[in-house]
Design a protein around this ligand. Structure first.
Ligand code: ADP
Ligand code: ZN
Length: 739
């Protein structure tokens, strides 16, 4: 990924886009996986401009598209169809259109598929009409209550009235259940209230008095805000005040009348971030993530397009929202791998955000305690500016890190806490402080095994084991969502009482902790119980109010939280992410451990971190224990450079998939035979993908390696064109793959 965007159209905001009179032919880009735009004729009485949203006929359907430019010709006049209507919404900006084209070109995806992300809320383009919402009837009529109905009524009792689809999603039922309850009078229909735009931020409120380092960084960002495109890397240990610093640049941008986009990973859990924002600006920003209801999306989209929104905080798809005049992007936790979208259009939102900033000629801030190696390399090459906050705000110490060698100090059989970690927990509890035990595994046990025959319970549709969730009394596949009740006997040999859980998940760890510390109040923190903003907010408040002594959590707690009384972090299985031969395994493990460690001792109480590992000699563990990030980075960078791996080389992954295994193999072999050669290009594979089957689709993988300066997209396009790939087989292209 390079910062210098290669763009076809270099937009400049002042020129008004070309218009087309009746009879003219226009190219209309449709939100379908199509490479080309389709030609239509401008009907009498209508003048259209580039960027206008229109309805056009497509076969028997009417579909929404965007005027992309002049018609390409080639369609005879008598077969040319008229544009049906122009939609009454502000047009797409030239920048947004250039961005769609750029992303499509870079990711080797049809531009229509990228446009679809920008038109993710088709309702927003239609004239507003009243929508029906439902709330629980009061009093409830006498009806038969099933588990599904009970979930719906519980969900309906919570918060404002919601549309049937949203209610169904919240309760995990089909819309039919909602309709049934409405017919029985258990749900009452009403008009959905209109969502007001968010309150504008109050820019007159004073921010905190910044320390010398913070003020220097904030001033640099303020200067950047009025100075066109630049990439600013804001690096600082957790708690050093990065958020406070960039909020100042947010305020500066709003003052200029432009909009700000803040991209955060795992947005649903940013409850604390939102409270920080409210504390600073007295209002909440617009939110854009998977939890936002369809009706809210529609309103937010319209408010945004009309310029009524100053700040949007969102997950990666927020990049494609209709900002009239975007002036700043912040990517917080820029190293986080959840910015990579792995399905549909495969893209890294951080990298595409840099492109968006370049196209719009405004600055972007990449924020992290542990910038990715890619970002670091761009700093080293002088492409990105680097701002550093060396210390924690208020001078709190970085925690001491101790490694526990699990081969020398093993836990008791069937347990997971080593004696040194238990000792540390006991001391922490005795001081009345809080501890976090970190294990990046949901559920009770990652594997269930038959003691009699050795059979392992596997997902029928994926190459994956079923994970026991004891609280739910289910076995679940974490890849496709398949689930089943725990079988009473082994499905293979029929032996009874022979199935045993193997290995720990957080539920099992919580069980051990509860037995060892019966007095302690234990709280779990996983995506299973912190699944939305409300649950996350409640969790945060319980910790802050000291209603919890021990937290047992997955990576969901590793990010961004600030708990003053949390002084011990115990990492149960630090080696978990290191297996699997992933290019970024070491880097990611380092980042995760560093972040988890950063949760300890963030206020006046000093913190301590105990890391359990079977590989205390591993460079990642040694660097974490010594607090020597520089050394780790240098070693990791050297390893990648020697192997010509990113960021010192380019990779493109091709995943060939389909339900017919023979066809998939044939397709993969065809690609193997057609592999490009020369120019330092190397193709590895085909080989079974790391997960050889997901959701019943077989997967094979090829990997193209090229030098850093190579433009890989034309090579890949040509490669796919030359290979004879069976029809029912899909080839997914992953430029700069992560896994
Ligand atoms: P980071 O984003 O680097 O983790 P934060 O911006 O969240 O750091 O700051 C950590 C804590 O310190 C927050 O509670 C924040 O409000 C506080 N803080 C940071 N800088 C200052 C300051 N200059 N004055 C007062 N409080 C500050
Ligand atoms: Zn599965």
């Amino acid at each position: 990924m390079t910062a210098t965007a290669r763009t076809h159209a270099s937009p400049s905001g002042d020129e008004s886009p070309p218009t087309f009179a009746p009879g003219a032919h226009v190219a209309v880009r449709l939100p379908l996986p199509l490479t080309d735009a389709y030609d239509y004729r401008v009907p009498p009485g209508l003048t259209l401009a580039v960027g206008d949203f229109v309805h056009v006929p497509l076969g028997p359907r009417k579909i929404t598209g965007v005027i992309w430019g002049k018609g390409g010709g080639g369609v005879p006049e008598n077969r040319m169809k008229n544009v049906a209507a122009r939609l009454d919404v502000p047009p797409m900006t030239v920048e947004a259109m250039a961005f769609v084209d750029w992303v499509a070109d870079y990711t080797v995806t049809p531009p229509g598929a990228v446009l679809r992300m920008a038109l993710s809320v088709p309702e927003a383009l239609e004239p507003a009409k009243a929508l029906t919402a439902y709330r629980a009837a009061d009093p409830l009529p006498e009806i038969k209550i099933t588990a599904a109905r009970e979930r719906v009524l519980a969900a309906a009792a919570e918060g404002p009235p919601r549309q049937a689809a949203d209610l169904a999603r919240a309760a995990g039922v089909t819309p039919g259940v909602i309709n049934g309850l409405a017919k029985l009078g258990a749900l009452t229909a009403c008009d959905l209230p209109v969502f007001a735009p968010p309150e504008p931020p109050d820019l007159s409120r004073p921010g905190p008095v910044l320390s010398g380092d913070q003020a220097a960084a904030a001033d640099a960002l303020s200067a950047a805000v009025s100075d066109g495109f630049s990439v600013q890397v804001l690096e600082g240990v957790p708690g050093s005040g990065k958020t406070e610093v960039y909020l100042q640049a947010v305020a500066d941008t709003i003052r200029q009348g432009r909009q700000v986009l803040v991209l955060l990973p795992e947005i649903a859990l940013s409850a604390q971030w939102l409270e920080r924002f409210r504390a600073r600006f007295g209002s909440e920003p617009a939110l854009w993530h998977s939890e936002v209801t369809q009706a809210q999306r529609r309103e937010t989209w319209r408010h945004m397009a009309a310029g009524r929104v100053d700040v949007v905080v969102g997950a990666r798809s927020a990049l494609f929202l209709p900002f009239p005049d975007l002036g700043l992007i912040i990517v917080d936790e820029e190293h986080d791998s959840s910015f990579k979208q792995e399905e549909g259009v495969v893209y890294n939102a951080r990298d595409m955000a840099v492109v968006r900033a370049h196209l719009g000629a405004f600055p972007i801030v990449l924020v992290s305690a542990t910038p990715s190696l890619e970002t670091q390399a761009n700093v080293d090459r002088g492409r990105y500016a680097h701002l550093h906050l060396p210390g924690r705000h208020g001078g709190a110490e970085l925690p001491d890190v101790d490694l526990v060698d699990m081969t020398k100090a093993p836990p008791q059989r069937g347990q997971w806490l080593s004696p040194p970690l238990r000792q540390a927990i006991t001391e922490t509890l005795e001081r009345g402080e809080q501890a976090l035990l970190f294990l990046n595994r949901r559920g009770y046990a990652p594997l269930t095994l038959c003691r009699a025959c050795g059979h392992r319970l596997q997902c029928p549709q994926c190459t994956a084991w079923l994970v026991e969730h004891r609280l739910l009394q289910r076995l679940q596949c974490h890849h496709c969502g398949y689930q089943m009740a725990p079988p009473p006997k082994c499905p293979e040999c029929g032996a009874e009482d022979s199935l045993v859980p193997c290995g720990p998940g957080v539920e099992r760890l919580a069980e051990e902790v509860a037995a060892l510390y019966p007095e302690a109040r234990v709280a779990m923190a996983t995506s299973d119980n912190l699944y939305n903003q409300r649950t996350a907010r409640e969790f945060v408040h319980r910790i802050e109010n000291r209603e919890v002594d021990l937290i047992v959590g997955t990576q969901i707690v590793a990010k961004g939280y600030h708990f003053p009384m949390l002084t011990l972090v115990g990492v149960i299985d630090a080696d978990l992410g290191l297996s699997g031969g992933d290019l970024r395994a070491a880097e990611r493990t380092y980042q995760l451990l560093y972040q988890v460690a950063g949760r300890a001792g963030r206020a006046e109480h000093p913190g301590r971190v105990v890391i359990q590992t079977y590989m205390p000699e591993h460079p990642v563990m040694a660097a974490i224990a010594a607090g020597d990030r520089e050394a780790f980075l240098a070693a990791e960078a050297k390893g990648r450079e020697d192997a010509h791996m990113p960021p010192y080389g380019r990779l493109v992954g091709l995943i060939v998939s389909g339900t017919d295994e023979a066809a998939v193999d044939a397709g993969a072999r065809a690609l193997g035979r057609a592999a490009p050669q020369g120019n330092g290009i190397q193709v590895l594979g085909p080989a079974p993908a790391p997960l050889a089957m997901i959701r019943g689709r077989h997967r094979r993988r090829l990997l193209l390696k090229a030098g850093r300066g190579t433009q890989v997209q034309p090579i890949v396009r040509d490669w796919i064109r030359r290979a004879a790939i069976p029809k029912k087989v899909r080839v997914q292209i992953d430029v700069d793959p992560y896994s």
